[in-house]
Design a protein around this ligand. Structure first.
Ligand code: CDP
Length: 196
């Protein structure tokens, strides 16, 4: 069975939590595509060469979830050659037998436009910054908010695969939603598509 759930959205919108919950609930494989960009950035050296030589070991680094890695990832992610080097792996993962959930910025628009379910998860910049600040346990709120704004601008403004909702994506705004409520809405969508 090929069944792809594409989840896109800006930093700290809740897409990672929703993706993991969907994968668990429906027995789908999960790929956090942001980790690929984070690993490329943290590998150092020429980012294009790093993307071309990315290995499973690179994805095991303990510092990939840091605020610094996220910021660095969004800088290498503007490079078309970096994105191109990571495309085939993501496409193959998306169409693997048994189904998959992928979360990122361009899954529903570029990596897998044929995805059976597309979700665009968003929330206000202040809400997202507060979540990121609390989970990171580092930095101060104003700095994290400034980073969120800068990252949004870079991700939506780049020429290649900018962050945007696919025209056929369902938009889920989690600003005033609990995790449970957001996950429940996403589960209902997937469930309906699997039945239909
Ligand atoms: O967890 P968070 O949403 O903060 O970030 P992430 O999903 O780990 O992605 C880090 C950065 O990688 C993003 O700001 C994007 O610039 C880039 N990225 C991308 O361009 N395309 C993807 N499919 C995933 C991430």
């Amino acid at each position: 069975m090929q069944f792809t759930v594409a989840i896109d959205g800006p930093a700290a919108s809740g897409k990672g939590t929703i993706s993991r919950a969907l994968a668990q609930e429906f027995g789908l494989a999960h790929l956090d595509t942001g980790l690929l960009y984070r690993a490329v950035a943290m590998k150092g050296g020429d980012p294009v060469a790093a993307a071309q030589a990315l290995s499973p070991e690179d994805l095991k680094r303990a510092d990939l979830r840091s605020l610094h890695a996220g910021e660095a990832a969004s800088r290498v992610a503007v490079l078309p050659e970096v994105r191109a080097a990571l495309t085939a792996f993501q496409r193959t993962f998306a169409r693997r037998d048994g189904g998959a959930v992928l979360d990122g910025r361009d899954i529903g628009t570029v990596i897998c436009p044929e995805a059976e379910v597309k979700l665009f998860v968003t929330a206000s910049p202040e809400t997202r910054a507060r979540r990121r600040w609390q989970e990171a346990g580092e930095g101060n709120f104003a700095e994290v908010l400034a980073q969120v704004h800068a990252r949004d601008a870079r991700d939506t403004g780049r020429a290649d695969a900018p962050l945007c909702a696919a025209t056929d994506a369902v938009v889920l705004d989690t600003t005033d939603l609990s995790i449970e409520a957001a996950v429940a809405q996403a589960c209902a969508l997937v469930s309906a598509r699997l039945k239909g």
